[in-house]
Design a protein around this ligand. Structure first.
Ligand code: NAP
Length: 253
C-alpha cells in the first residue's frame, strides 16, 4: 500500500529563523519532503542553503530583522518573485531573555514580545492574505513552547509570548479554517540549541531538567522533522488550532 499524504513535492515554504537550531532542522525536513524554501534570518543561512540544495531543493535567503513588522511585505514579495506562490509558513524565529521577574526590564519585555508574538501574528496575517488570494488554502505552523502550558521561571516575557502563540494559533485556526488554512503549533520540549545553552551549562538546572524528561535525553532539531512535515501536509487537513508537544514526555509527568 502506498500512502503519500506527507508528500510536499514542489510546495513553497517560508521558514523563519532557519540558519541554525530547530528552524534549520525543520527547513531541511520540509526540503526532504519536496519543498522549496524561503528562509528568513538576520544573518546569512549558508549552511541551510547548502544542505537544502544537496537535497535537490531550491532555497532563497531573505535577510530581515523580525524584531519589527517592517520587513513583512518584502518577505512575501521576495518569496512570490522567486517561487510565484506560498503554501506553508513556519513561524519559528524566536528569542529568550532570562532575569528575575523583580528585575526584568521593559527592553527585555518588548524585545521578546515583538519578535515572538507580534511579528508571528503579522507575518501569519500577510501570508494568510496570500493563501486566500491563491484560493487553495495553506498551512501555518507556529512554534510555541512548554511555556505555552507552564509558567517557567526567570523568563516572564518568553512565557507571555509563547502562551500568546498558543492562544493565537487557536484564534487564527477558528477564523481561517473556512479558507482551507490550517493553523497549528508545535511546542518543542527541552532541545539542544543556542536557545538552551545557558540552561545546559548550569549543572544543577541541566540535571533537574534531564531527570524529569521521560525519554531521558534532550531533544534534537531532527525530532521536529516528522511533526512539521505532518502539520505542513495534507495528512493534517482536519487538524485546526492544535498545539502538538514534542517533548520526550515532559508534559505527561
Ligand atoms: P536558536 O538556535 O537561538 O535560533 C533562533 C533563530 O531565530 C535563529 O535562526 C535566528 O536567526 C532567528 N531569529 C532570532 N531573532 C530574529 C530576528 N529578530 N530576526 C530574524 N531572525 C531572528 O533557537 P532555537 O532553539 O532553534 O529556537 C527556535 C524556536 O523554537 C524559537 O521560537 C524558540 O523560542 C522555540 N523553542 C525552542 C526550544 C528549545 O529548547 N531550544 C524549546 C521551545 C521552543 P539570526 O541568527 O539571524 O538572528
Amino acid at each position: 500500500m502506498s500512502y503519500n499524504a506527507f508528500e510536499l513535492s514542489g510546495k513553497i515554504a517560508i521558514v523563519t529563523g532557519c540558519n541554525t537550531g530547530l528552524g534549520q532542522g525543520m527547513a531541511m525536513a520540509l526540503a526532504s519532503a519536496g519543498c522549496h524554501v524561503a528562509g528568513v534570518n538576520r544573518s546569512a543561512a549558508d549552511a541551510t542553503r547548502e544542505r537544502i540544495e544537496a537535497l535537490g531543493g531550491r532555497f532563497i535567503d531573505i535577510q530581515a530583522d523580525l524584531s519589527s513588522t517592517a520587513p513583512i511585505a518584502d518577505i512575501v514579495a521576495q518569496t512570490l518573485e522567486a517561487f510565484g506562490r506560498i503554501d506553508i509558513l513556519v513561524n519559528n524565529a524566536g528569542i529568550i531573555r532570562r532575569e528575575d521577574a523583580l528585575e526584568f526590564s521593559e527592553e527585555d519585555w518588548d524585545a521578546v514580545i515583538d519578535t515572538n508574538l507580534k511579528t508571528t501574528f503579522f507575518l501569519a496575517q500577510a501570508v494568510a492574505r496570500q493563501f486566500i488570494a491563491q484560493g487553495d488554502g495553506g498551512k501555518i505552523v507556529n512554534i510555541a513552547s512548554l511555556l505555552s502550558f507552564q509558567g517557567g521561571i526567570r523568563v516572564p516575557s518568553y512565557t507571555a509570548s509563547k502562551s500568546g502563540v498558543m492562544g493565537l494559533t487557536k484564534l487564527l485556526a477558528n477564523e481561517w479554517a473556512k479558507h482551507g488554512i490550517n493553523v497549528n503549533a508545535i511546542a518543542p520540549g527541552y532541545m539542544e540549541t543556542n536557545n538552551t545553552e545557558a540552561l545546559r551549562n548550569d549543572p544543577q538546572r541541566s540535571a533537574e531538567i534531564l531527570g524529569r524528561i521521560p525519554a531521558g535525553r534532550w531533544g534534537a532539531p531532527e525530532d521536529l522533522a516528522g511533526p512539521v512535515v505532518f502539520l505542513a501536509s495534507s495528512a493534517s487537513d482536519y487538524i485546526n488550532g492544535h498545539t502538538l508537544a514534542v517533548d520526550g514526555g515532559w508534559l505527561a509527568r
